[in-house]
Design a protein around this ligand. Structure first.
Ligand SMILES: Cc1cc2nc3c(=O)[nH]c(=O)nc-3n(C[C@H](O)[C@H](O)[C@H](O)COP(=O)(O)O)c2cc1C
Length: 173
């Protein structure tokens, strides 16, 4: 439980790049994420070329951590393989990757892609059947940020009906 809670978004990285073997280890775990009908519509593009990484770091202001990361992984999702659930499937695989990377001592941050799909497709030569769901900056952490605050459990858990704060979690514990 503590391990799951201790994953943080990392935006500053050491210069030393992680080995490709290590990244592949985390990607190997991402394959075990659940997906609708076990469609596994995900594809992963490992970005080691500084020029490509630099282009990706400029897709929007919050993509800047990519500039400082030694490596990136783009999660691309094949719409045809999972037309209804592709986004859900690939988000699940992304989270598996983030946690596996954390287990291997790597830091990551999820970079938003959804407003820049065409631009990313162009940079990476992706077909229209593939949607870039996430870009992940990857490297050895060079910071240890405090956990951003979370909404209290009591305010996000309902009982039997949406919005029903019937559960007195303090009492239930
Ligand atoms: C869909 C999604 C998009 C995100 N986009 C960005 C982004 O573009 N740039 C960034 O620095 N962080 C991004 N993040 C990271 C969040 O800011 C971060 O997960 C959140 O603040 C909670 O912090 P934590 O991951 O350390 O728990 C994104 C996270 C998600 C899930």
């Amino acid at each position: 439980m503590e391990f799951l809670k201790s994953r943080r978004s990392i935006r500053k990285f050491k210069d030393q790049p992680p080995s490709l073997e290590k990244v592949l280890k985390a990607l190997d775990i991402a394959r075990f994420a659940p997906s609708a009908k076990n469609a596994q519509p995900w594809r992963f593009i490992v970005i080691t070329d500084p020029e490509v990484k630099s282009k990706l770091s400029r897709i929007h202001p919050a993509a800047k951590p990519l500039e400082r990361a030694p490596l990136a992984v783009v999660v691309a999702c094949n719409i045809d393989e999972s037309p209804v659930s592709y986004m859900l499937d690939c988000s699940a695989a992304t989270v598996y990757f983030l946690l596996a990377a954390h287990a291997l001592g790597l830091g990551t941050v999820w970079i938003q892609t959804m407003r820049n799909i065409e631009n990313i497709r162009e940079i990476l030569g992706m077909p229209a059947s593939a949607v870039p769901i996430a870009i992940l900056a990857v490297g050895y952490p060079d910071e240890s940020p405090e956990p951003p605050p979370r909404k209290p459990l009591e305010s996000i858990v309902y009982l039997n009906k949406y919005g029903e704060p019937a559960i007195k979690l303090h009492d239930a514990r």
